[in-house]
Design a protein around this ligand. Structure first.
Ligand code: SF4
Length: 392
């Protein structure tokens, strides 16, 4: 039986995501859109951002904020103050959870002061690993010691909860090395831990090494790494609440829960995604195009812009809900998304089959994957039947 987060019932109504696309170097495994920092690029970014907030204000106060990247910590303390001011001016709810991603090599007391004074409540530190060898093989530009000094610096500020990001499945990484990373992270006593499996995306240095046979991929091992984290972290005081996320009780990331439960959020910045008022869109992942498209009278540059209806949102809430330990309550979804009982029948019967196979159980009205089910959650997700047509 998995531990459920009982206290996260007040779902935030509207999230704000701001994408800061700058990185000084490219990590070997990274296929994310990034820009090299320069005076001109920073000016373009802030100009576009101000225009985007003017053109697309929230229709109510934002309940959560997440500033991601890229490397937001690459901005100077003055630029961070500026960014925080723009976000505060957008209108935030009382007690708004506000997270910023930072890399250990970019952090300073001055920047942390600017973030704390700006209203930030959580720092997500990109640790990746406590092994120097693995750090080198990932092409990260910081040393392991830097992680410890960055963590101490963040902990000097009572304003912040702290998340540590860890990566597993790198070439040469053993289960013992992974256990060392997990226990070392837990010994630091962060509030939250995220664990991500390394993926080999095309156009990355890691993919080139893979295709040249310099490193090997062992898919079988992935399951063992997942199992290690799922077993060990709860024992160390970090119950799991999603396939890749663990937290002290009451410290789950509300912004992510809001997203996975298919509520609304507005994304600002190049490459940022939005789901708001029946539209799902992704900004152009090109600083110049995005910024120019935000000028008065111009059409915003999107990579994708589609309408989404209740049935789509319910389908995605099921997909993401199965990744969470709280699972899926089909009756609640039917009410929230105006779905008839008969339209959910194919999903109910699929869940029944998963239950008979030992991959799903019922917990207080929620359909929850068992550990065996969660281990197969990608395969299960690909088999979830479409929600049927509504009765006329
Ligand atoms: S810091 Fe993050 S976004 Fe930048 S290159 Fe590394 S993994 Fe990619």
């Amino acid at each position: 039986m998995f531990v459920q987060e009982k206290q996260e019932t007040n779902v935030p109504a509207l999230g704000l995501y701001a994408h800061v696309p700058f990185c000084s170097t490219t990590c070997d495994f990274c296929a994310f859109y990034q820009e090299r920092p320069s005076k001109k690029a920073f000016e373009e970014f802030f100009l576009g951002l101000r225009r985007e907030f003017e053109r697309f204000p929230g229709d109510r106060s934002f309940s959560t904020v997440f500033i991601g990247g890229g490397t937001p910590g690459l901005l100077s303390s003055g630029q961070l103050e500026h960014l925080c001011r723009i976000i505060r001016d957008a209108g935030l709810s009382d007690g708004c959870e506000w997270t910023v991603e930072v890399a250990p090599s970019e952090i300073s007391r001055e920047k942390l002061d600017a973030l704390a004074e700006g209203g930030v409540t959580r720092i997500s530190l990109g640790v990746q690993t406590f092994s120097s060898d693995m750090m080198k093989s990932l092409g990260r530009d910081h040393k392991v010691e830097k992680v410890f000094s960055a963590y101490s610096m963040i902990r000097e500020k009572a304003a912040f909860l702290v998340n540590l990001d860890l990566l597993f499945g790198a070439p040469g990484q053993t289960l013992d090395m992974w256990e060392f990373d997990l226990t070392t992270a837990a010994e630091l006593e962060p509030d939250h831990l995220s664990t991500y499996c390394l993926t080999f995306e095309e156009d990355t240095a890691m993919y080139v090494r893979l295709s040249e046979g310099q490193v090997e991929l062992d898919i079988e091992r992935e399951a063992e790494f997942y199992e290690k984290a799922w077993t060990l972290l709860p024992q160390l005081g970090y119950p799991q609440y999603e396939v890749s996320n663990f937290s002290r009780p009451g410290r789950a990331c509300l912004h992510n829960l809001n997203t996975w439960r298919m509520h609304e959020w507005i994304g600002y910045g190049p490459g940022a995604s939005t789901q708001h008022k029946g539209v799902r869109r992704k900004n152009s992942a090109n600083l110049e195009k995005w910024s120019a498209g935000m000028s008065d009278g111009k059409t915003p540059a999107y990579e994708e812009c589609i309408e989404v209806v209740d049935r789509d949102l319910a389908g995605d809430a099921i997909l993401f809900g199965l990744r969470m330990n709280e699972g899926v309550n089909l009756n609640d979804l039917a009410v929230r998304f105006n779905l008839s009982n008969s339209s959910l029948e194919p999903v109910r019967s699929f869940f029944g089959k998963l239950g008979a196979e030992g991959f799903m159980e019922e917990v207080a009205g929620f359909s929850v994957l068992t550990q065996d089910g969660r281990m197969r959650c990608d395969a299960i997700a690909s088999e979830i039947p479409e929600i049927g047509d509504q009765e006329s």
